[in-house]
Structure formats: C-alpha cells, structure tokens
Design a binder for this molecule. Structure first.
Ligand SMILES: *[C@@H]1O[C@H](CO)[C@@H](O)[C@H](O)[C@H]1NC(C)=O
Ligand SMILES: *[C@@H]1O[C@H](CO)[C@@H](O)[C@H](O)[C@H]1NC(C)=O
Ligand SMILES: *[C@@H]1O[C@H](CO)[C@@H](O)[C@H](O)[C@H]1NC(C)=O
Ligand SMILES: *[C@@H]1O[C@H](CO)[C@@H](O)[C@H](O)[C@H]1NC(C)=O
Ligand SMILES: *[C@@H]1O[C@H](CO)[C@@H](O)[C@H](O)[C@H]1NC(C)=O
Length: 217
C-alpha cells in the first residue's frame, strides 16, 4: 500500500472543508419571550395588560419550530387557537371545534397562586395563530392580554417533531375537546416535516466517500 502523500492529505482536507461549507448550518430556532421583560401578566388594579402584546408580536418574526415562552404565574391562563372567532370572543368555552388548546400552570401545579410558571408553546403549524388569556370572563383578553402571529416556514420543523414527544407543559384537566386538539397538533406536526435532515446527511456521506477514494489512490 502506498504511503499517503502530503498532497493527498491536503486535497482530502480541502474536500472536508468544502463539505462543511456546503453543509447548511443546522436549523436555528428562536425562543420568543412573550412580552419581553414584562412577561405574560395582567394588572388587576390598573385594569391593563402588562404590556402591549400586539405591538410586541409585530416586532418579532416567527417560524416553524420556534418556541413561544410565556413567563407568567400560576393564576394566569394561556390559550392558543386557530379559530379567529374564538380569539375575537376572548373565550375558549364557546369553541366546540378541535383547534383551541388551553395551556396552563394555572392553579393545578400544587404551588401558590402567584408562583412563577413558564408555559412553552412550540410553533408547529404554518400560518396564522392566536393567543389570549380567557381569565376574568375574557376581560384580560379584551383589555390587551392577547396577540396574533403569522408563522412562516423558515427551515421547517426539526426531525424530532416527526414523532413529537409528549408536550412539556401540563394541561389543566383536559376535557375531551382538548384531548382531541392535542391529537390534532401531533398529526399536523407530522404533515409539515420536511425531511431536511436526511438530505443534508446524504450530501456529507458523498463527500466522505470522495475523500476515502483520494486516500486509497
Ligand atoms: C428555547 O426553549 C426551549 C424550550 O424551553 C429550550 O429547550 C431551549 O434550550 C431554548 N433555547 C435557547 C437558545 O435558549
Ligand atoms: C376594566 O375596564 C373595563 C372596560 O374597559 C370595565 O368594563 C371593567 O369593569 C373594568 N374592571 C375593573 C376591575 O375596573
Ligand atoms: C398596541 O400596539 C398596536 C400596534 O403597535 C396599536 O395599534 C394599538 O393601538 C396599541 N394598543 C394600545 C392599547 O396602546
Ligand atoms: C370557532 O369558534 C366558534 C365560537 O368560538 C365556534 O362557534 C365555531 O364552531 C368554531 N369553528 C371551528 C371550525 O371550530
Ligand atoms: C378537526 O376538525 C376538522 C374539521 O372541522 C376535521 O377535518 C379534522 O379531522 C378534525 N381533527 C381531529 C383530530 O378531530
């Protein structure tokens, strides 16, 4: 067997560099901290939301796979819906469809009413979605504790959402409607999986074979 020459090593190194350069960087997903430093709150005494959430959302750019991070408290409510009527009514209760999800730490995590809670919502569906609090008979929502977003494709969903793990949040004693909604998320997550990881892996494999061929010759 021939000794590997310096030239061959240099060529091999050049191919590895080219392979890495051609390989797009892995998907970057953004964590959007809802409301920024203000978190997800309503000031009962002032009868206002802690910040202007529509204004906050209008300055962010949302894509598949990103996270909404609601820094909030046990007593607060987070509702996600794809039903615009539900959003306008500020009420999850009227919605007999399957596209409204109630996330909450709300009262059932064993802690006190004011204990901090982080609700994490992964964005798995492209297009418009709506977020609001249905606490106080919808008054918090009517007074500004709500926003809508448009989720773009970005780099698509990560491969781990092909078989989504159980959601990281705890649902407040899910009703049959909410259980059906959770199933809906799962199937939509699968539908939007773009298989990007697989294609990238194949590209790197091809370069590894090329490099191997150079070393043998
Ligand atoms: C974004 O949030 C997710 C879910 O809480 C977490 O796993 C991830 O580490 C966070 N990423 C960054 C960059 O903070
Ligand atoms: C908050 O304001 C709304 C009208 O904007 C009013 O109907 C409601 O009674 C107020 N709530 C309190 C607690 O002041
Ligand atoms: C919140 O911000 C939006 C968009 O920036 C603006 O149209 C709206 O008037 C603001 N609402 C309040 C209550 O200031
Ligand atoms: C949307 O919500 C409204 C009221 O909240 C409800 O009447 C309607 O059936 C819902 N639509 C779908 C498609 O679920
Ligand atoms: C949700 O409702 C839509 C139409 O209202 C239906 O096509 C879809 O199959 C339902 N999904 C689930 C999981 O029930």
């Amino acid at each position: 067997m021939k000794a590997v020459t310096t030239v061959q090593l240099l060529i091999a190194a050049a191919f590895i560099t080219a392979a890495l350069a051609a390989d797009p960087s892995p998907p970057q997903y953004t964590n959007h901290t809802v409301g920024g430093a203000a978190g997800w709150f309503f000031f009962d005494k002032k009868n206002t939301s802690a910040t202007n959430y529509s204004d906050w959302a209008s300055k962010e750019s949302f894509n598949l796979g990103d996270f909404l991070i609601f820094n909030t408290a046990n007593r607060m409510a987070v509702v996600q819906t794809f039903n615009e009527t539900t959003y306008r009514l500020c009420s999850a209760g009227e919605d007999d469809g399957n596209d409204t999800y109630v996330y909450s730490g709300v009262g059932d995590s064993g802690g006190g009413f004011d204990d901090p809670v982080t609700v994490t919502v992964r964005l798995t569906v492209e297009g418009k979605s709506y977020y609001f609090s249905d606490a106080g008979e919808g008054m918090q929502c009517f007074k500004g504790l709500r926003f809508s977003i448009v989720v773009g494709h970005g780099r698509g969903l990560p491969s781990d959402l092909n078989r989504p793990p159980p959601p990281p949040y705890r649902e407040a004693s899910p009703t049959p409607m909410e259980a059906a909604a959770a199933d809906a998320t799962t199937s939509q997550g699968e539908r939007f999986y773009n298989g990007g990881e697989g294609r990238r892996g194949a590209g790197v494999g091809f370069f590894v074979i090329l490099v191997g061929w150079f070393l043998v010759c």
